[in-house]
Design a protein around this ligand. Structure first.
Ligand code: DX5
Ligand code: ZN
Length: 218
């Protein structure tokens, strides 16, 4: 039984109203809240860091799913854990010692995720399967919302699903998820769908029912 979870990415929310935006998407039925941290170095964009995650913690009742697109990542793990992250996802490409990084995330009390850029094969996680709670398949090149789904990632999702076997590891997909692409991602084996533009388009925190319709469409 694979229950589908929707994790809106607040990258597409109104950054002047982030607390209200988090409350609105939760009121409208999302499962997790996905927070994209970018450093202008690992990816060509800059978003926010631990102080913003900490400020949002009281506004998120579900799961704070923190996606770190930063390198190096090890020096910042404890800061994101202390800020209230539930899941900390690091990139397989972000450093030379993925196993050590994952041990640090667990030691900090968080669930562990590994994200794979489109060019990184599924085999990148074969040696850390016992250290992870989630694998995030990037279905765009990370850095920006609103890009197109790379359907060449579907076989990688399927490969991960069979590699995982009966381990309790989520497969998350991130990038270009819409009502058109979500069914293929789910059919291939994903169970957590991150969606930014597809959730936030057309709504505001003051007009949140649009978010509910967008989540329902996914
Ligand atoms: C991309 C981020 C995604 C992004 C998804 O670098 O990791 O979470 O916000 O945005 P959409 O759903 O608009 O592709
Ligand atoms: Zn993300």
């Amino acid at each position: 039984d694979r229950s589908l979870k929707i994790a809106p990415s607040i990258l597409s929310a109104n950054f002047a109203e982030l607390g209200a935006e988090c409350r609105a998407i939760e009121d409208q039925g999302c499962d997790w809240v996905h927070l994209d941290v970018m450093d202008g170095h690992f990816v060509p964009n800059i978003t926010f860091g631990p102080p913003v995650v900490k400020a949002l913690r009281p506004h998120v009742r579900t799961v704070m799913d923190v996606h770190l697109m930063i390198a190096p990542v090890d020096p910042y793990i404890s800061a994101f854990a202390d800020a209230g992250a539930d899941v900390i996802t690091v990139h397989a490409e972000a450093g030379p010692h993925l196993d050590r990084t994952l041990q640090a995330v667990r030691a900090a009390g968080c669930r562990t995720g590994v994200a794979l850029n489109p060019a990184t094969p599924a085999s990148a996680i074969v040696h850390v399967l016992d250290r992870i709670d989630l694998v995030c398949v990037m279905t765009v090149n990370p850095g920006f919302g609103g890009q197109s789904f790379i359907s060449a990632m579907l076989p990688k999702i399927a490969e991960l699903r069979s590699m995982i076997g009966d381990r309790p590891i989520h497969i998350e997909v991130d990038g270009g998820i819409t009502p058109e692409t979500a069914p293929d991602a789910f059919a291939a084996g994903a169970d957590v769908l991150v969606a930014g533009s597809a959730v936030f388009k057309g709504g505001t925190a003051a007009q949140p029912t649009v978010y509910g319709e967008n989540i329902a469409a996914l």
